[in-house]
Design a protein around this ligand. Structure first.
Ligand SMILES: NC(=O)c1ccc[n+]([C@@H]2O[C@H](COP(=O)([O-])OP(=O)(O)OC[C@H]3O[C@@H](n4cnc5c(N)ncnc54)[C@H](O)[C@@H]3O)[C@@H](O)[C@H]2O)c1
Length: 274
């Protein structure tokens, strides 16, 4: 154990977020919402930020589950400390590259890259101001790492690899403690595979053939639910205190074999794995 390490008899105390404050962008629904719920479950106070005027019905259900008698915040009401952020706000537009309108490409990058960068910078300013240190997690994608079959969205894919490099760059820039006593900030990313969220459900309405393609491309032969809570809690808590500049790939094994169709072929008789 490191010197002065506080050992207590609570289970997995390093994951405890009691007394910590977080923001989650894109927290109105989908993946962002489920990650916000994870932080609240671990004891954190979470502010969900989103461009939606009202949170999704799912948000109300999540609030009831994790804060049955308390108050969950939809907008920031008090500012005293900020310990972490999950940057999940993102948009997807599947359009062949030669048909992609310039303004659509700019809008995609404005949210998926510039918005994420601005969010992280604003969060870091607060963390250094409050001298509280903290952890930032970008939601990138496996589409930022491979030419993901059927993901005919060169701009989206590029925006996600940009986030992965942003992760490393900001981790380097903000990682160490400052001379004024402020601790450093850790910056990591999660790169999920295909998850059934409102974003993907809409994609399946536009391109129904993608459902089967994407289901068969990973080793588990199923799409993910928003089942990334453990990873987010790990990255936002003391449990990952020596981890920064990293990108956690959670894709059901999709990227583990370079020929994804081969993987689908050899396992076609096997049932989906839970
Ligand atoms: N669903 C997947 O398969 C998948 C896979 C890999 C990565 N991701 C990423 O996960 C993140 C969440 O995706 P999701 O599937 O839950 O999508 P979603 O569309 O269900 O939710 C995204 C949320 O972001 C919000 N948002 C969009 N633009 C915004 C902006 N400019 N400012 C504030 N909020 C904004 C939306 O209103 C929405 O509530 C995205 O960054 C997405 O790229 C999703």
């Amino acid at each position: 154990m490191p010197p002065n390490y506080e050992v207590c008899n609570k289970r997995f105390a390093d994951f405890d977020l009691l007394g910590k404050t977080f923001v989650v962008t894109g927290g109105a629904r989908g993946l962002g919402l489920s990650l916000a719920e994870a932080l609240v479950e671990a004891g954190g106070k979470v502010y969900c930020l989103d461009r939606a005027e009202e949170p999704d019905k799912e948000w109300e259900d999540a609030r009831r589950r994790v804060v049955p008698n308390g108050v969950a915040a939809w907008s920031i009401a008090s500012k005293t400390s900020l310990n972490g952020a999950i940057v999940a706000a993102g948009v997807l537009q599947i359009t062949p590259a030669m048909e992609y309108a310039t303004e659509d490409a700019a809008a995609m990058l404005a949210t998926n890259f510039a918005g994420a960068f601005e969010t992280a910078s604003a969060v870091a300013r607060m963390m250094f101001k409050y001298k509280c240190g903290g952890s930032i997690c970008f939601i990138a994608s496996m589409s930022g790492l491979v030419a993901n079959k059927g993901m005919v969205s060169a701009v989206y894919n590029s925006s996600k690899v940009a986030l992965i490099q942003l992760t490393r760059s900001l981790a380097m820039e903000w990682g160490s403690a400052r001379t004024d006593g402020s601790p450093g900030i850790r910056v990591n990313a999660i790169s999920p595979g295909h998850i059934i969220t409102p974003m993907v459900k809409k994609t399946f309405v536009e391109k129904p053939e993608l459902k089967e393609l994407w289901t068969n491309e990973n080793m588990m032969k199923r799409l993910a639910q928003p089942e990334f809570k453990g990873a987010a809690l790990f990255l936002l808590s003391k449990a990952s205190s020596f981890m920064t500049g990293s990108n956690m790939i959670i894709d059901g094994g999709c990227m583990a074999h370079p020929n994804q169709s081969w993987t689908a072929q050899v396992s076609q008789d096997q049932p989906a794995t839970v």
